[in-house]
Design a binder for this molecule. Sequence first.
Ligand SMILES: [Fe+2]
Ligand SMILES: [Fe+2]
Length: 361
Amino acid sequence: MSTAELPEKHPAEGDGVEAALEAVYSWNYDSEIEELRTLYGNALERQWIGLRDLDWAREIDREAFSDTISIGGFPIQETAFWQRLAPETRWEISRRSAAFMLSNFLHGEQGALMVAAQLVNAVPHMDGKFYAATQTLDEARHVEVFAAYIRKLDEVHEIAPSLKTLLDGVLSTEDWMKKAVGMQVVTEGLALYSFRDMRNATREPLLKELLTYVSRDEARHTGYGIKYLNAVVPTLSDEEKAELEDFAYESARLLVDSRAGTSMRESVLGLWREVGIDPLEAMGELAKERDTIRAAIASRGGRRGPIRGFVIPTLRSIGLFSDRIRSHFDEMFTANLGPAYAGLDDDPELPEDLEAWVESA
Ligand SMILES: [Fe+2]
Ligand SMILES: [Fe+2]
């Protein structure tokens, strides 16, 4: 796509949001939150160069790609329905669905880039500013590599409206802790979980390599949110904690609640129509294979999805998961998935070493 075509789909001007923050000086240059200073050191050690360190000369391996991309964690590739489709149709569905998903990752990365830069200004500790500076560079690199991969695959899709609303909210809140909860915990947590999922599922070499590099960075970013909030949440009043919890819930809801009709999965189904498959008919066919699908999910150790599998355990670990907010999540999962999915007691503990977890299958 040439830059001359960009303004139509992605206005170069006029697409902005009033961003608020207080720029806070820190006159103490000594380390106050040691863990953040260590994380900053790790980030410096682990820099990489997107266009040099990945092998971009490789073509995308179509077969490996169609075979292993699952849609929103749904193991469609293992169904007879999928096997009956012509290879060309499988490739088109995989390519377009992945381009849609990756485009939203890309736009999310841009949001993360801008929020990280805001955090340099807004956080009150020098350790936090140092770390956010490295994250800003990481996110620029992520924007660069996702855009490059999508360019090889298809074209950049527009941002999903719910993701845009979420990013607007995080950019425009004045409270740095809300920015940290909305971006570092909820959005980055969801991204880390989804990148890891996609990384483990795909056999497409370039995508796997890209997601490995990006996920290592994201593990640090999530770690930043967890370590920083762990240090400050205990000092907050109950009211302040409740406000942060509400912000976390609202951010998560925007990303996964299908009741609004704007969830990612529904947008992906729209893409099926483009390749001549009626999503309703397809769903009917897939319903007949419920047992196969269940077995496929079970064989992968079950599927909780990013919110239950990662975001909620994170909120719990930083003390932002009261019974009050838990009931909101419960209600959302029940409405979306049915009562069988309610009850949030068996959710996993947060992995101790996030970087190691990213690369474990
Ligand atoms: Fe990122
Ligand atoms: Fe990130």
